[in-house]
Write a protein that binds this ligand. Structure first.
Ligand code: NAD
Length: 485
């Protein structure tokens, strides 16, 4: 085990779990053993919540201009340790070096946004009657929790850590049990940056600890990122226990390709979108809806996809079970009558025989009832559905239950606007295959891709991580004015 047995991180220290359950972590790149983590229980969480509660009064009373100084230093440390953090993400998640580096760069951008929060949360003030003022200030909520998935071991924790903490909250982070190592390194860097003990705590675990977070009375708010099935469970359980919750779920993103689209740009964007991070992105293209005569673009898509080589510019999928699941989807599509133009099944990378790789896969003549058209595959697979009109394409996009992202490829501004206005998704791309909004714009989907109000990043997250206090003031206590005057 390269990193040995890992512990929870509570009040600035490694703390052993009282649980008897644990999990071995292997690298998807080559199957090598990396670490073992505890699968923690309610009493482990209770210790972490107490530490966070103890840290909250001092941290929330520290002026925000001082709190963000930690994140200026943290940004510098992320830059300084870029190579080490990149390798760690790649090792535990299976991404290529370039993809992992992009994730650290995005973590830096998220941190930059948090350092700008003092400019965005000044509050409001108005003379509401003669001599009477009302002011609104944004206060921290208290102890909050962030539950994250496996596919971005650094970026998704950094969706919540900098903003929630810069706004004065104390946090329990529950990393994905499949990629727990990067989070522990991030918390070490935050300590080095000056974050006081107890402000950020890490509790490792699985379903049991997620349920404990939803139930614990000391936790005021829960943010969740993961599959739709679990997002629903977490949203229902946390809000049932009267916590605020935003829960981001899975995705099935449609790219609508019109015949006038630039063939080369479209083909390379679709190929990159479906295969980047081995298709394990909630923003990945999963379905391409080809409107009319676009065979010339599909041919180029296959050509571009052939340039994507597992173990070289295509990383591994997270587990053997994930590889088998993805391959089952491809086999089912074939059995259902779809045509496999490029087949990524049974992929083995020489020298990394224990790695879990799936090659890029292009499936044509998919119909909307097939499972590859309906369900999230989370692998480097694109399913092409052919339709005659833009409205047929929109009908398919609109009927899918998810709503994270949708993109249109065309050179017609009018057609792009028509589709962008009618697609039922929270993040829209025009001639862009992965339309991730950059800071200060916020990230979040619609429909079954997100439960709760507001988005998880950017300006929208400020409302989630704070509560407004309204104060009405008559400065001259003797004045005859009252609030009505
Ligand atoms: P997951 O839902 O299996 O796990 C997410 C978290 O929930 C993990 O921390 C895990 O420990 C916990 N968990 C798993 N099963 C649970 C259960 N039954 N009860 C309670 N907690 C449980 O997701 P994943 O496989 O880690 O990540 C992939 C999924 O995340 C995909 O569906 C992807 O689309 C989605 N995702 C969405 C976004 C977004 O912004 N919408 C971003 C990244 C990933």
């Amino acid at each position: 085990m390269k990193y040995g047995k890992l512990s929870n991180y509570i009040n600035g220290k490694n703390v052993a779990s009282t649980s008897q359950r644990s999990l071995a972590i292997n690298s998807p790149l080559d199957g090598n053993s990396l670490a073992e983590i505890p699968l923690s229980n309610y009493s482990d969480l209770d210790v972490a919540v107490k530490a966070a509660q103890d840290a909250f009064p001092a941290w929330s009373n520290t002026p925000i201009k001082e709190r963000v100084q930690v994140f200026f230093k943290y940004k510098y440390l992320l830059e300084k340790h870029m190579d080490e953090l990149t390798k760690l993400v790649s090792e535990e998640n299976g991404k290529t070096y370039g993809e992992a580096k992009a994730e650290i760069e995005k973590s830096i951008e998220l941190t930059e946004f948090a350092t700008s929060l003092p400019q965005l949360v000044q509050g409001e003030l108005l003379e509401v009657s003669k001599g009477v003022e009302c002011r609104i200030e944004k206060h921290a909520i208290g102890v909050v929790a962030s539950i994250v998935p496996f596919n971005f071991p650094s970026m998704v924790p950094n969706w919540t850590i900098p903003n929630a903490i810069a706004l004065g909250n104390c946090m329990i982070l529950k990393p994905s049990e499949m990629v727990p190592i990067s989070s522990l390194r991030l918390v070490e860097l935050l300590k080095e940056a000056g974050l006081p003990d107890g402000v950020l705590n890490i509790v490792h675990g699985d379903k049991e600890i997620v349920e404990a977070i939803c139930d614990h009375p000391g936790i005021e708010a829960v943010s969740f990122v993961g599959s739709t099935k679990v997002a629903q469970i977490v949203y229902q359980r946390a809000t049932h226990n009267l916590k605020r919750c935003v829960a981001l779920g899975g995705a099935k993103n449609h790219l609508i390709v019109l015949p006038d689209a630039n063939p080369q740009m479209t083909a390379s964007n679709v190929a990159a979108s479906m295969s980047g991070c081995a298709g394990q992105r909630c923003m990945a293209a999963s379905a391409m809806v080809a409107v009319g005569e676009v065979d010339h673009i599909i041919e180029k898509l296959v050509e571009e996809s052939k340039k994507i080589v597992p173990g070289d510019n295509l990383g591994a999928v997270i587990t053997k079970a994930a590889k088998e699941r993805i391959e089952r989807y491809i086999s089912q599509a074939e059995a259902d009558g779809a045509k496999i133009l490029l087949d990524g099944r049974n992929c083995v990378v020489a020298g990394k025989e224990n790695g879990t790789y799936v090659g890029p896969t292009v499936i044509d003549y998919v119909t909307p009832e097939m499972s590859v058209a309906r369900e999230e595959i989370f692998g480097p697979v694109i399913s092409i559905m052919r339709v005659h009109t833009v409205d047929d394409a929109l009908d398919i996009e609109n009927k899918n239950p998810y709503g994270n992202a949708a993109s249109v490829f065309t050179q017609s501004g009018g057609a792009a606007k028509y589709i962008a206005d009618r697609a039922s998704a929270g993040m829209i791309g025009v001639n862009i295959g992965v339309p991730v909004p950059r800071e200060p714009f916020s990230f979040g989907g619609w429909n079954d891709s997100k439960f709760g109000v507001g988005d998880i990043t950017g300006k929208s997250s400020i409302e989630f991580w704070t509560k407004p206090k309204k104060t009405t003031i008559k400065w001259d206590a003797q004045a005859k004015t009252n609030w009505m005057s």
